[in-house]
Every structure is written in C-alpha cells, then in structure tokens.
Design a protein around this ligand. Structure first.
Ligand SMILES: NC(=O)c1ccc[n+]([C@@H]2O[C@H](COP(=O)([O-])OP(=O)(O)OC[C@H]3O[C@@H](n4cnc5c(N)ncnc54)[C@H](O)[C@@H]3O)[C@@H](O)[C@H]2O)c1
Ligand SMILES: [Zn+2]
Length: 349
C-alpha cells in the first residue's frame, strides 16, 4: 500500500503519494487524477530517454514535451516554448500538466501551468531527491531572470504529487548528495531522526523521504504564503545563494546548501545563540555525506556583498535563519557585517 500524506493548502489541499507511480496502485491514482483531461507531460532531455517508454505505457494519451536539462534553462524563454507546445497539444482550460523531473522541470513546467490560460491543473512527479523532499511540495513555482534566481514566480498548488523512490536508482550520486543537504536541513529544523546516518541506508530511503517531506508539509501548512515560519526553510540558504551567485553557478545548489548549513550553525554560535556542539555536529554530518564544508577559493567579501542583495534582507538589514538547537530555528536580523565575515573567513580552506 503506497504511503499517502494529505496536505491542507489554500484552495483545498492535495495528496502526496509515496510508492510506485508507473505501476499498480500508484498508476491507478495517477490515471484517476488525470481523468479524461488533455494531458501534457513536461520532462527534460536526460529523463526522456530513461522514462518515456514507461510514461507512454502508463498514460498513452498524454503528449510528452521535452525541455533542455539544466538550471540555465529555467527561464521565461523555456516557459514561452512550453506555452507553444501546450497549444500544439490542444491543452485546454480543463487540461493537466504533469511535471516529470527534478526541481528545474517542476518549477518551470509548474510556472507554465500556473499561467497558461490563467492556470491549468498541475501534477508533480519529482524524480530527484531534492525535488521529492523539497521543491515539489508547497506550491512555489517560478523561473530565473538573468539578474537573479527565482525572481518570477507564482503559488500554484498541485492536484497531487507522486513520489516514486525507485526513480532514484538512475539519479547520479552527486545529485543524491545535493538532495541530502535539504534532508539534513529538514532534520535540523524539525526531525532529528533524519540526522542519524542509519536513516540514510538504501533500504530506508522511502521512510527517509516520507519524514523529510512531512517536515516541509508541516511548515507550508502553517504558512502557505511565507509570511512567517516558512522562512525557516531558508536555513543555510542565504549563504548558499551567495555561493551559487559568486561562483557563477559552478556550485550546485545542494553543495552550496551543505556549506551554508555549516555557516549558519557557526553563525548561530558566533551570535551567542547556540553551543559549539551544534556547529560541530552539522559539520560532521555534512562531511559524512561527502558534501563540501568549506567555501574554497570564494572570497568572503564577495560572498557578503552577494548576500546583501538578498531579496529577504529588508532595507539592507541582514536576515539569517539560525538555530538555537536542533528543532529550534529562529530568524535573526541585523547581525553585523564583521560577525558574518569572520564566520566566512573561518570557512576558507
Ligand atoms: N519550488 C520550490 O519550493 C523549490 C525548493 C527548492 C529548490 N527549488 C529549485 O529546484 C531546482 C533544483 O532541483 P534539482 O536539484 O532537482 O535539480 P535539477 O532539476 O537540475 O535535477 C538535477 C539533475 O538530475 C537529473 N535528474 C533528475 N532526476 C533524475 C533521475 N531520476 N534520474 C537521472 N537523472 C535525474 C536532472 O536531469 C538534472 O540533470 C532549483 O532550480 C531550485 O531553485 C525549488
Ligand atoms: Zn534549497
């Protein structure tokens, strides 16, 4: 029996199914959710050769649309091409878009679904660990602009999310580690079980995913439009976004989050909120996962400059999600530049 998590969301709510999607129970739920609607499956050039046969067998009526792979294609330009493909596929107001891929496909196809004909239905089938535990849940969709990530977007609640852990067998190891950075983030925010390396064993992946998803679900149910506690999901992300930006996106997001979590824990200590052991614990976990714990060649000053353009820094005042202890995040504002810089300087190689 596949696992199911109900999410209460504005406009009604939806189910997250965890289990096989393309066979048996999962497939019948998927077919039921699609119903008799016109259906377009959006995927990318990496996943298409791996999964198009099973997708065609599962949903023979659906039209498969393939976008290029990579964050550099999470753009308005791609969205424009998707609109054209939707028109060619005769998608109408009652139609449904299935986003089949990692967070890039989910965010881009999700934004196209949110806006095409003022919004058509959306089903998320996340295929990367990161998209399973994070981006497919919570209703945020959007694309990047040349001047910054995620600057255009919408809240678009899906009709359903289908998570099939067996799809992770084709996921590259590096992408697995990137997803684990977000799992650790969820563990630090609200579920210390996720921080136990025994939970990371291959046979426990479905349980790991379920627990990590539950953390996100609890937060987005409490604050669907990010007016307060949803901001906690940005733990480590102020640092991570700066690392991504300063490196010209040579650093993948999850690796940047790994260092970002170490930095946030150290800043929590430096700011007098937390004991040193939490910083040590976070660093050990991140290292154990094979994720970087140091900023390497990146300049602390450049990283600080990038952070200060963060859209969440109201009126230039610094704003970080910090930890008092595991399970106790908080938002700290107005930490001075020197304290932050010292933390960054302590993280060069
Ligand atoms: N909407 C949100 O709330 C939210 C939250 C977190 C992150 N995001 C966004 O998510 C994106 C990152 O997502 P991501 O890490 O999934 O990146 P991604 O979509 O680029 O996927 C990573 C790589 O793995 C490949 N891949 C995915 N699943 C695979 C599978 N099963 N087998 C083989 N290859 C597979 C992809 O083709 C890609 O090359 C970013 O754009 C980020 O901004 C959004
Ligand atoms: Zn993230």
């Amino acid at each position: 029996m596949p696992d199911r998590i109900r999410v209460n969301a504005p406009g009604g709510g939806y189910d997250i199914h965890i289990g096989s999607v393309l066979v048996e129970d999962g497939l019948s739920h998927l077919r039921q959710t699609v119903g008799v609607a016109r259906c377009v499956i959006v995927t990318n050039t990496t996943l298409e050769p791996l999964y198009s046969q099973v997708l065609k067998a599962a949903l023979p009526e659906a039209v498969i649309v393939t976008m290029p792979d990579g964050e550099q294609h999470k753009t308005m330009d791609t969205v424009g091409r998707l609109y054209e493909a939707f028109v060619r596929a005769k998608l109408d107001r009652a139609g449904v878009v299935i986003a089949f891929g990692g967070g890039v496909v989910g965010d881009t196809a999700g934004f196209a679904a949110a806006t095409f004909m003022r919004g058509v239905r959306l089903i998320q089938i996340p295929t990367s660990l990161l998209s399973m535990v994070d981006s497919s849940v919570g209703g945020k969709v959007g694309v990047d602009l040349p001047i910054g990530k995620n600057l255009v977007g919408a809240f678009k609640q899906p009709d359903a999310v289908f998570i099939d852990p067996t799809m992770l067998t084709t996921l590259p190891a590096r992408e697995w580690r990137c997803g684990m950075a977000e799992v650790i983030k969820h563990g630090l925010l609200a579920d210390s079980t996720l921080l136990d390396p025994r939970m990371w064993a291959p046979e426990r992946v479905p349980e790991l995913i379920r627990r990590a998803v539950q953390v996100k679900v609890n937060v987005v149910e409490a604050d669907p439009y990010e007016q307060n506690v949803r901001a906690h999901l940005n733990l480590g992300h102020t640092f991570a976004h700066a690392i991504e930006q300063v490196s010209g996106y040579a650093w993948p997001h999850g690796e940047a989050v790994g260092v970002g979590l170490v930095a946030a824990a150290r800043l929590s200590v430096a700011h007098g909120l937390a004991q040193i052991d939490i910083a040590n614990q976070v660093e050990t976990l991140v290292a154990e996962l094979g994720l970087p714990t140091r900023i390497g060649e990146l300049s602390p000053e450049a990283l600080y400059a990038a952070m200060s353009t963060d859209k969440k820094w109201a009126a230039g005042k610094s704003r970080f999600v910090l930890l008092r202890r595991v399970g106790e995040p908080l938002i700290a504002e107005g930490i001075d530049r020197d304290t932050v810089l010292k933390v960054l300087q302590g993280l060069d190689s």
